[in-house]
Design a protein around this ligand. Structure first.
Ligand code: FAD
Ligand code: DHB
Length: 392
């Protein structure tokens, strides 16, 4: 098979790129390792920056999001069991955000790619990227047959565990990593969520209230990374969540049976460069942020935006200008967002080495932010999302 862009990975990055390229008349083939059912059943993120909302609309997949997503002016942060403030992204950055689950985004992207007869090959095994410097092609096995896809460019959108980043020689690739000594236990329940999203700093650990729809809530509590899901009955989870929330807000939480429960590790990770010859990395294939701040999916979408405009310029006019700048442009936003996600994580979680002193200084930092309009504005600007070059 031959195509203009071979896209490795059919998660949100790969599918959005395929759709945006198709809008420019550029052909692609998506090569995905898992089954479609598996990809569509993943839960993961829930918060879209406004530029992500606009990009999905531009790709023609905004209809259900605009109907069913919940627009918020800001997110609340609580500490010391009582104090709370709003990270007001509408007021300070002029942008709200949208609560709309990654599961729905992925469903919408698959439906849109299907509607234009886009080619998405799932259940591909032994995916190998070849001759990335001059004559790129991807080989894989599918349903017992061997395939080869020749392409002008390869987009590595295959997440943290994918093959794309590993195809860049060690002599070229630099990686930067921080692993956190705790995880997030996440629960989904068919209960009405709180009106707002809440980040809670508590001496027993971080807690978060989020939402998917008027009858679907998503909650998280920080837990030891060594914990297993089986250690957490529903009753234990709700007790812990409610203990960590300020009592007046906890009283508004509706509990109920969990329909999903999982533990996610927290990691900060960046690999550089994001381009090697004809291969371009985007999304989790190139970087991971801890979920505090809800930036993983949004960063994936800004990479896709930069890659889409770079490949479009190259394939339509022959100009190398944007593909040559892709890695540096994307990494600029990546590192700012990495810093923000690391800082939010450090501010709101309990670390094993923390003493009462550290807990007091965390609370004092939140007090200081609340007391300063400059600090509130800086926090809100970052929460709303860093600017994207030439957004328009
Ligand atoms: P992925 O979604 O990882 O998609 C990559 C795709 O490539 C997958 O479909 C995978 O099956 C496929 N693939 C992998 N290897 C190969 C291969 N060798 N060949 C072909 N295909 C391959 N972000 C938030 O903002 N908030 C959250 O609450 C949040 N929770 C998360 C929880 C978990 C457990 C994880 C893993 C991530 C979470 N994230 C969260 C991050 C967010 O979900 C990701 O940033 C987002 O999914 C990135 O999209 P992506 O398309 O780049 O990568
Ligand atoms: C989710 C929401 C957040 O605000 C966040 O930081 C991480 C995850 C969620 O809805 O899953």
């Amino acid at each position: 098979m031959k195509t203009q862009v071979a896209i490795v990975g059919g998660g949100p990055s790969g599918m959005l790129l395929s759709l945006l390229l198709a809008k420019e008349g550029i052909e692609s083939i998506v090569i995905e390792r898992s089954s479609r059912d598996h990809v569509l059943s993943r839960i993961r993120a829930g918060v879209l920056e406004w530029t992500s909302v606009e990009l999905l609309r531009r790709a023609g997949v905004g209809e259900r999001m605009d109907r069913e997503g919940h627009v918020h002016a800001g997110t609340r942060v609580a500490w010391r069991g009582a104090d709370h403030m709003l990270i007001d992204s509408q007021k300070w950055a002029g942008k709200p955000f949208m609560a709309y689950g990654q599961t729905y985004v992925t469903e919408d992207l698959y439906a849109a790619v299907d509607s234009i007869d886009g080619l998405v090959l799932d259940e591909c095994d032994d995916v190998v990227l070849n001759e990335l410097l001059d004559n790129p092609y991807v080989t894989f096995k599918r349903q017992g047959e061997e395939y080869r896809v020749d392409a002008q460019f390869i987009a590595g959108c295959d997440g943290y565990h994918g093959v794309s980043r590993q195809s860049i020689p060690d002599t070229v690739l630099k990686t930067f990593e921080k692993v956190y000594p705790f995880g997030w236990l996440g629960v989904m329940s068919e209960t009405p969520p709180l009106e707002d999203l809440w980040y809670v700093q508590h001496e027993r650990g971080f807690a978060l209230a989020s939402q998917r729809s008027p009858m679907l809530s998503r909650y998280y509590v920080q837990c030891p990374i060594t914990d297993k899901v089986e250690d957490w009955s529903d009753e234990r989870f709700w007790d812990e969540l409610i203990t960590r929330f300020p009592p007046d807000i906890a009283a508004q939480i509706t509990t109920g049976p969990s329909i999903e429960k999982s533990i996610a590790p927290l990691r900060s990770f960046v690999s550089e460069p994001m381009r090697y010859g004809h291969l371009f990395l985007a999304g989790d294939a190139a970087h991971i942020v801890p979920p505090t701040g809800a930036k993983g999916l949004n960063l994936a979408m800004s990479d896709v935006y930069y890659l889409w405009r770079a490949l479009t310029l190259k394939l339509q006019t022959g100009s190398d200008e944007l593909i040559d700048r892709y890695s540096a442009t994307a990494l600029d936003r990546v590192w700012k967002t990495e810093r923000f996600s690391w800082w939010m994580t450090s501010l709101l979680h309990v670390f094993p080495e923390h003493s009462a002193f550290d807990h007091r200084t965390q609370a004092a930092e939140l007090d200081s932010i609340e007391a300063s309009e400059h600090a509130q504005a800086w926090l809100a600007e970052q929460y709303a999302g860093f600017p994207i070059e030439d957004w328009g």
